[in-house]
Design a protein around this ligand. Sequence first.
Ligand code: ACO
Length: 415
Amino acid sequence: MASPKKRKLDEIDAGKVTGTQPGPSRIGSESGGGASAGASVQVPFTPGAHSQRETVFQRQEHDGALSFQYACNDGDPYHSIWIICLKNIFSKQLPNMPRSYIARLLMDRSHRSVVVVRRGTQVVGGITYRPFHSQGFGEIAFCAVTAPEQVKGFGARLMNWTKEYARMHDSLQYFLTYADNNAVGYFSKQGFTTGITMPKDQWHGWIKDYDGGTLMEGRIHSTLAFVRFPQMLRCQRQALDAAIRSLSRCHIVYPGLSHSGPDGQCIHIPIDQIPGVKEAGWSAEQQPVPRLRLLLDRTVSEPTPSNLQRFMSLVLAALQAQEESWPFREPVPADEVPDYYTIIKNPVDLSLVEKRLSSARYYLTLDIFLADLRRMISNCHIYNGADTVYYKQGSKLESFLDQYLMSHVLMDQTG
Ligand code: ACO
């Protein structure tokens, strides 16, 4: 068979499809007044799996290796051949449907088919629907992809083209279908729902009821670019990025700080000299007065470095003394729990907290210390199911920590 005669949408699209590879999204190009010290960075737009799959199909369609053809029994020889091939696929993939019934609907002139044709000759699958023009909806009668090509994305692309054609050629706004129970998942992923939003008098009585199928509705939105999803998503992403840039400076990246001087000594950097801090709106007047007081030896104390260090040691000792803290006292043994460290990327345990605390330079604020403890508990909750002993022990330890902090940390309300 020669290459398909009718490729209207393909041809229209061919120009637009060129260069559809998602490109980087320039973040920081609108740097704004205070951005001179910052570097603008390019954050690449990473398309999701769905977009990537669609882009591959678009390229094949552009190269002529694949096409989605709109066909009906109108005397066109190509249409006749495609419809016969489709009949064979439907007969095989929908064994509960009588063959004569499939043939009758496919040859019926009021039905339309969208056919997946590879290299101009090989029919891979298709969808057949009957448009009810006056009612604005179509009923999908059959939908199938040949067995070796299933679950490769053809079904999703086919549905997108079917919606595109149904809107363009038949002016439809909805699809209805009785989905086989094992195909409900597929239709759901194509935007179909079991809730029918179309007014009942628009469709009821126009289609037959089928036993053993689930009635589902798919909306054919009037403006969605069904066959150009990747480009549409990229445009939306760019618009979103631009809107965020107009409100925030989070796209401006400043050079990092070096942790130490050439001789390895710690460098003291005033806050206002840290690149980006002033640009982010900080001013010395805003510097908060100490907002917390600590209850140490039943005395309210200032959070001086030495008081803070003592307080954190007391918290740690109290946690270690708790009965339910035993799974948290040492690192999770990798030989006993082999997948733990592939799931938990930032492990924390009480022995690590103790080591960090004893250096006296790691936990410079209470927040940093508590962040480690909270991470330890959230790691436990991520790895263990809610009904496990470990999960419950994590929760108990967290409650204990909360109570301890409530009774030993006094927040300054005026700060
Ligand atoms: N159940 C749940 N999910 C499914 C199913 C299924 N039976 N089939 C596909 N999906 C999911 C895929 O996992 C994929 O999900 P993702 O986007 O998250 O990755 C998505 O649907 C699209 O999958 P495709 O690979 O594009 O679908 P495929 O090419 O396999 O075509 C079809 C789907 C037409 C259902 C095909 O599997 C088929 O021909 N099945 C046998 C015939 C059949 O059951 N047809 C429907 C009968 S109902 C009717 O005709 C009205």
